[in-house]
Design a protein around this ligand. Sequence first.
Ligand SMILES: *[C@@H]1O[C@H](CO)[C@@H](O)[C@H](O)[C@H]1NC(C)=O
Ligand SMILES: *[C@@H]1O[C@H](CO)[C@@H](O)[C@H](O)[C@H]1NC(C)=O
Length: 630
Amino acid sequence: MRLRGRSTAARRRMLCLWLLLLGFALVTLALSGFFSRDRSHGYQKAPAPGGALRRVLRPPDLELIVDPRDPALELGADAAPLKSLQEDQLLVVQSSQGSRTPPQKKGTYKVLLPGANKDADAPAPVAHGGTGGARRAHVEALGEDAELAAAHKYGFNEALSEGISVRRRLPETRHPGCFEEQYSESLPSASVVICFHDEAWSTLLRTVHSVLDTAPRRYLQEVLLVDDLSQHGHLKSVLGEYVAHLDGVRLIRNTKRLGVAGCRSVGAARAAGEVLVFMDSHCECQRGWLEPLLERVAQDRTRVVSPIIDVIDWQSFQYNATQWPVRGVFDWKLNFYWESNSHQPNTDDKPLPSPVLGGEVVAIDRHFFQSVGSYDPGMLLWGTEQIELSIRVWCCGGSMEVVPCSRVAHLNHYHLSYSFPDQELLQRNKIRLADTWMDAYKKIFYRRDTFAHFLRQSESPNISKRLRLKRSLGCRNFRWYLTTVYPQLYIPQDRPGLSGELYNVATGSCADHPRGRGLRGGAVTVAPCSGTGSQHCELNLEGEVRWGPMGALCLDARAERVLLSPCPSQRPTAGRLQWKFQKLSGQLVHQQSQLCVEAATDGGGLYLRPCTHHPRQQWHFEQLVAPRGA
Ligand SMILES: *[C@@H]1O[C@H](CO)[C@@H](O)[C@H](O)[C@H]1NC(C)=O
Ligand SMILES: *[C@@H]1O[C@H](CO)[C@@H](O)[C@H](O)[C@H]1NC(C)=O
């Protein structure tokens, strides 16, 4: 015991604290029974046995907090209004929104009763975990300005989130077959590692409570909350106090900002569970999410698994189920997507391999994680680290899959305001990935991201350690990955003179497809040449003009209009999608109609017209990145 040798006064204080807590625990047991009965209304399924009682109240375990400077270490008998800690459904800690000072001192809790006004100056009553209607009313009453202001701070509607219970339950969306699944009696234990940086109070606590309420205690070794140098006041001593009263939750504070990869590695190094579950700090778990993941990892310790990631709407906090089958993919700009295959509805509930897994929630055997090289410590802030881990796992002896009987909802963010704080850091991560793992295929990336190309020319990443790791693990090459793991990814040919920006002589502009990310396609226009790689396209050996970061869109023609449509997977390609480029005249000829592509007078779209030598029909493929040097 660390407390031995302290003065008797301190011991007496501890004794008082114990007695207080004991009495309080009894009250709590009675109360929590009441709340759990209340909560189960409106759901067909009864709560899991002992659900509400799982969080046994006990005195703060002083050993659990790593940073010795954490104010929570000084927690005394007079510390906090403990009642509000247990009545967490009603607990609201003022956020540091606007000019209000963040709660830095003890005793800033406010108990919020259902329907009560949270702040005197708030324009409307706070809906308490209410129905969609109540939430909508709340959003309207807040007004668009307040809503957007909140969205700008956190990237989601934080004011609304504060009014929703931190222990709300999600509607059942699992496949019926999942209820018949039998899981092994001796599943491995799990450590859930949740890194956060300036996360909102409500979303962070909802994540923690949702894990505690859904993961069976016998499999849940611990929840490790790793604070990646947050600045917001509510994440300091207030959080330390709160967490000290949650059974099985430990708080680790980084003294340096590490980013997702580094922060998760810190958590992993301190984890005791056999399986690591990395989870974002704004998630809500569906009942029964953990067992299916543990089962798949227990069967094969080199298997890395993810639940189906459902979506919580940033604006309404509505829960949207993701359509199965779904898998993780990336494009040639090295951006990650979850891809739901709506053409091939799969009613099965069996896990499916996935070329990549998103970072929202991922479960991996702890020893395998360490032996395969953890996260790349050179990955900054966030972005791309999940693709790097995925390619490494596949190439170095492991596999990845999505387990459909496991579902966790993830809060999506309002991306216009919540964009990457420093684009250059993201580019650096992509460069690390490309240079370490993609062999000669990295050129395909650099052609589509010219900013990364120029950044790479001015500085090289130091990847010597990672290359050594790759050699020592005997990892396979990227060609193997593309042909075996991710054969659906189109491999561009990028032939010299037949790829690049499609430049029109008469208008001095380039063929463009605004919102090139969409897979549905649409009209092609002419727009100022971007020089960023966003207008990159290529005429391949099959005669297709391929577009977009996945190369999944093909230049097509309907009547006179030139547009993009999804490329068919079968070969040979349809005649309607075949084009020929006359290098001498600069004409781009539609093979089926023998008409030429012409840029419209008004700077609008592209049309098929009888071939002439007018400059509107003269095109060049302008290469931004030399075909050989990357
Ligand atoms: C969730 O579903 C609603 C209605 O179906 C839709 O309006 C909303 O955009 C969806 N949100 C997300 C994030 O997909
Ligand atoms: C790269 O990092 C290693 C250590 O990881 C170091 O020994 C080496 O000198 C570094 N190389 C350069 C060029 O900085």
